[in-house]
Design a protein around this ligand. Structure first.
Ligand code: FDA
Length: 430
């Protein structure tokens, strides 16, 4: 039960399509696939410009990732957003969009809706109340600008049809036991097709690789997607050794080559997590060694020497426990065996302790994968897109925005800012 219609390519035109007479409400200037952060922003802007806009999503609610973001409070932007906060095969691609629609532009929208927020870490803005306020802001603006939102609607295919496209839509089945969900066919047509279907992260919430397939179908290159902002796993022997530390959190620095993040780190049953690890995970590749500092900025050697001078009879783990969580101090002194009393430790041996604390090198086994990754690295190769409008350079009328594009932000509100900026830019052009 699938039907298609020719998309009328002249924006605003009202030429009757193949089935247009029968289903006039199914003709749109713009069809946006995906009611996430990017798709809704684009739809609002296109609606403001008088375009008739349809947004479709196979989920039952819009902005599901917004709802669960930032621990339910949505870290909706970062005031210090810079192109350097993004990973991409084409690092300069994001500059134009981030300039045209800045963090402060989104903040102005949040202010206009009277949503209270606070700055958590430097530049990171979170709702005081709930992430659903951001979803309400977006759905409210869509209504105001007459955007039609169709939920429970899957996109089963898109095809070029003359100088336009044919888009096949169907009701996605509501999963209720014993209920036979009839598959109704719907038709959408519009001048521009905007792909805002996001990345592969959190498949349980409906993430698919659909946008990548669509890009490839139209001849666009896709930079291999991989899970990013994701906890890293360790091999069984390392897990066994670190078991006593499970649940321990420290302020740590995680380093890979010249890239370093200093933030919280957590020992888990599977390996390492916490913001410092999520950040470095976007840079990590299988086989790479990570270097961790468990007490960054602390001169461990000087501290241990001072402790030795002040009280040589204490055990080394006692001295270390003044600088680190006790369970970590214990683990580290077990890994660097030596005399019972600190007084009997020569400087060379204290240096080994220092290295174990602040230059701990380890090789993660892998990552937890898309199941827990906050974002997807890679995606539609931006070298095939116009950096000002997000339009596919080789396929008139086709746009890619948000996470489906090979632009991936750090942790801290950057990914939503990319969604707003890229969505806004496409919204001015469709
Ligand atoms: P997004 O994934 O939001 O939307 C895509 C939409 O397309 C979805 O609604 C999906 O159902 C729909 N779709 C997919 N395939 C489809 C198909 N074939 N047919 C129809 N519809 C389809 N970022 C940040 O800046 N601050 C934060 O606090 C957080 N926190 C956070 C927490 C968690 C747990 C996760 C998983 C992620 C974050 N992020 C974040 C990242 C942020 O959520 C993400 O980068 C944006 O939601 C991306 O927005 P998009 O609109 O591009 O995709």
């Amino acid at each position: 039960g699938v039907a298609c219609a020719t998309i009328d390519f002249r924006a605003g035109a009202r030429r009757v399509g193949r089935m247009g007479d029968r289903l006039p409400s199914n003709r749109f200037d713009v069809v946006v696939l995906g009611a996430g952060a990017a798709g809704m922003m684009c739809a609002i802007e296109a609606g403001k410009r008088g375009r008739s806009v349809l947004v479709v999503d196979h989920a039952s609610a819009p902005g599901e990732k917004i709802r669960i973001s930032g621990g339910g409070r949505c870290n909706f932007t970062n005031l210090n957003t810079q192109p350097a906060n993004f990973l991409s095969q084409n690092p300069s691609f994001c500059i134009s969009a981030l300039r045209r629609y800045r963090a402060r532009d989104f903040v102005a929208l949040v202010d206009a809706h009277g949503i209270a927020y606070h700055e958590k870490a430097a530049g990171q803005l979170f709702c005081d109340g709930s992430a659903t306020q951001i979803i309400q802001l977006l759905t409210g603006e869509m209504r105001r600008h007459k955007v039609e939102l169709r939920l429970d609607t899957a996109v089963s295919g898109v095809e070029r049809s003359g100088d336009g496209f044919a888009v096949a839509l169907r009701r996605s089945q509501r999963r209720r036991e014993g209920e036979a969900a009839p598959e109704a066919a719907e038709i959408a047509s519009g001048g521009s097709l905007v792909v805002a279907t996001g990345g592969k992260s959190i498949p349980k919430m409906g993430a698919t690789g659909f946008g990548y397939q669509l890009a490839q179908q139209f001849g666009l290159a896709v930079v291999e997607p991989r899970p990013a902002l994701v906890p890293l796993t360790l091999d069984p022997p390392s897990l066994e050794r670190l078991r006593p530390a499970v649940g321990v959190a420290v302020e740590a620095a995680a380093r890979l080559g010249r890239t370093q993040f200093e933030d919280g780190m957590l020992f888990t049953h599977r390996g390492l997590s916490g913001p410092a690890i999520l950040q470095i995970s976007s840079y990590w590749r299988e086989g790479d060694d990570l270097t961790l500092s468990l007490a960054p900025g602390v001169d461990i050697l000087a501290e241990l020497k001072a402790a030795r001078a002040a009280n040589g009879r204490q055990a080394p783990q006692t001295a270390l426990a003044a600088l680190l969580p006790k369970r970590l101090a214990q683990l580290i002194t077990e890994a660097v065996p030596g005399p019972v009393r600190l007084a009997d430790w020569p400087d060379a041996q204290l240096r080994r302790l220092e290295a174990a604390v602040n230059r701990w090198t380890l090789k993660p086994a892998g990552s937890e994968g898309y199941r827990t990754a906050e974002v997807t690295l890679g995606g539609v190769d931006s070298r095939g897109l116009d950096s000002r409008t997000m339009a596919a350079t080789g396929v008139a009328g086709l746009y890619f925005i948000g996470e489906v594009v090979d632009v991936t932000g750090w942790l801290g509100g950057y990914n939503f800012q990319w969604a707003w900026s890229s969505g806004w830019c496409a919204g001015q052009a469709v």
